[in-house]
Design a protein around this ligand. Sequence first.
Ligand code: ADP
Ligand code: TRP
Length: 329
Amino acid sequence: MRALSGIKPTGTLHLGNYFGAAQQFAAMQQKNYEGYYFIADYHTLNTLPDPAKLTENTWNIVLDYLAFGLDPEKSVIFLQSLVPEVAELAFILGNYTPMGLMQRAHSYKDKMSKGEQINVGLFYYPLLMAADILLYKSNIVPVGKDQKQHVEIARDIAEKFNLVYQKDLFVIPEPFIPESVAIVPGTDGQKMSKSYGNTIEMFAQDSVLKKQIMGIVTDSTPLEEPKDPGKCNVYNIYKLIVSAEKAKEMADKLSAGGYGYGHAKKELLAAVHEFFDPMRAKRAELEKNMDYVRKVIAEGSAKARETAVETIKEVKKTVGLAGNIYDGE
Ligand code: ADP
Ligand code: TRP
């Protein structure tokens, strides 16, 4: 079974990325899934026309991947744009993709409804993502809930292609979304997202981390009064990080009263440190060894490309492209 996922290099990783997606990447590796994990840099051109920033973010996500436990011995770790066959596949798949399917994509519809300027790259986004998934014949795609529709679009396109050519060429992928962490709330209670400025970053400096946690929005219930844990943003983040027993302890203290949001924030900060400090230390070490990091990416991308080239040949042969020059092989 093959698992595949990617993260866009639009900024630094936050707790939403970790608990919503990245944690599952590392867990699947332990369960002996063959993992393909990449940095979705083509997908980022759409929102980040800044070459220096795109490059910087890309290596930051590579470091993050290695720091949270992706192991190049067990998984193929690569850069999307080092395997350009994905763009070729996206182009080919466009011919089996109904316009209506693309027009229903949230990513495009949301921006349209806000009257934003839209380029073709944004409209095309789900097709490129379908190509990412189908190129590597992935069975399972660990992502956060907001990406479910994109995986469903990839399924629809794969089914359509297979039907047209009466061939099970593409594997029909399944999204993998653990319900317990479907949406990680941000410091303001909305979905945690880089674009909302409400993140708690996994690898931020101590002072930044403290500021982000102390800045979590809470209501004005006085310290001595009981508080509803379910409505407390601090608790809702805390419970993702700690054991069920520890989470219950905080819930009980909040419900009992005499325990303020400030106390809860301190406990959350300590829990974030305990959980992420080993990864932060590993990341700091890797940063001193960029030659190794670059080698991991060069080798991972070469390996990913081998798989990609095979699928592309199969696709071209199936649809009759390139004069079927591959027939003799
Ligand atoms: P952002 O919304 O911050 O730009 P991305 O779109 O880069 O995040 O998301 C990368 C991965 O992390 C995706 O699989 C996405 O579903 C997941 N993810 C992002 N934010 C959250 C969240 N708040 N809760 C759960 N998963 C999330
Ligand atoms: N669209 C995903 C996101 O915004 C990133 C991504 C690109 C992806 N290609 C993918 C995720 C393929 C899973 C599989 O987070």
